[in-house]
Design a protein around this ligand. Structure first.
Ligand code: SAH
Length: 226
């Protein structure tokens, strides 16, 4: 309907239409049901989080390249990870892998307070700028450095989301979950992973596998060597 998927829209109306199609065709159709999450993904302009040269592809059903050789996750993957986290207003969330800041913006829009780690300073700077533009910077703190072992000083967290691929679930992240807390992390070899959901109930951790996925590597002490 006037939206050319290959070349995509750039003007605001057409971007808004592409955003609506993303909600319907990529998220609802694949089973994302949380209305608050769908509202957050309708409210946050994803085009702000992709390089200006590929802005017209912002709502494609795909991960897209960003600076420093990294990527912004596919919209469905952001939605699925957020749904698994079961974020509620006021939750304290640890994100590992700020990247563009898009996932952090969705979490903040849902009323969470976010601590996000990014190992590339240029990405952290860009993300903070975008979050400030959207009035979300007061809900998100970004730290530059290796976040792969979490941050015990700010623990426990109601949710931990790792947006880079790890060879296994780092033990410190389990320990930093609050009672009832949830950890979502892509686990597997470098070229393909599966989302793993870990839920803590007291001193019991249960684990289940969810969708297959492909993420850039988590590089650091709890991830892959550089
Ligand atoms: N959540 C992001 C997707 C980021 S891609 C978004 O919404 O755009 C994964 C990011 O994790 C990359 O930017 C990469 O630099 C970062 N990363 C990888 N290993 C890391 C580590 N050990 N600590 C912090 N960030 C890391």
């Amino acid at each position: 309907m006037g939206i050319d998927q290959g070349h995509g829209p750039t003007d605001p109306d057409r971007l808004a239409a592409a955003r609506d199609s993303m909600i319907t065709d990529q998220l609802r159709r694949r089973g994302i049901r949380d209305e608050l999450l769908l509202a957050a993904m309708t409210a946050v302009p994803r085009e702000l989080f992709v390089p200006s040269t590929i802005r017209r592809q912002a709502y494609d059903d795909a991960a897209l390249p960003i600076e420093a050789g990294q990527s912004i996750s596919q919209p469905y993957m952001v939605a699925r990870m957020t749904e698994l986290l079961a974020v509620r207003e006021g939750d304290r969330i640890l994100e590992i892998g700020t990247g563009s800041g898009y996932q952090a913006a969705i979490l903040a829009s849902l009323g969470a307070t976010v601590l996000s780690f990014e190992r590339h300073r240029e990405l952290a700077d860009g993300a903070l700028e975008r979050l400030a533009t959207l009035g979300l910077a007061d809900r998100v703190a970004i730290r530059v450095g290796d976040g792969s072992l979490g941050d015990p000083t700010s623990a426990p967290y109601d949710g931990i989301v790792v947006t880079a691929a790890a060879p296994r679930v780092p033990q410190p992240l389990r320990d930093q979950l609050a009672d009832g807390g949830r950890l979502v992390i892509p686990v597997g070899p470098r070229d393909r992973q599966v989302l793993v959901l870990v839920v803590r109930e007291g001193s019991t951790w249960t684990e289940r596998r969810d969708d297959p996925c492909v993420f850039v590597p988590l590089v650091g002490a709890g991830g892959w060597p550089e």
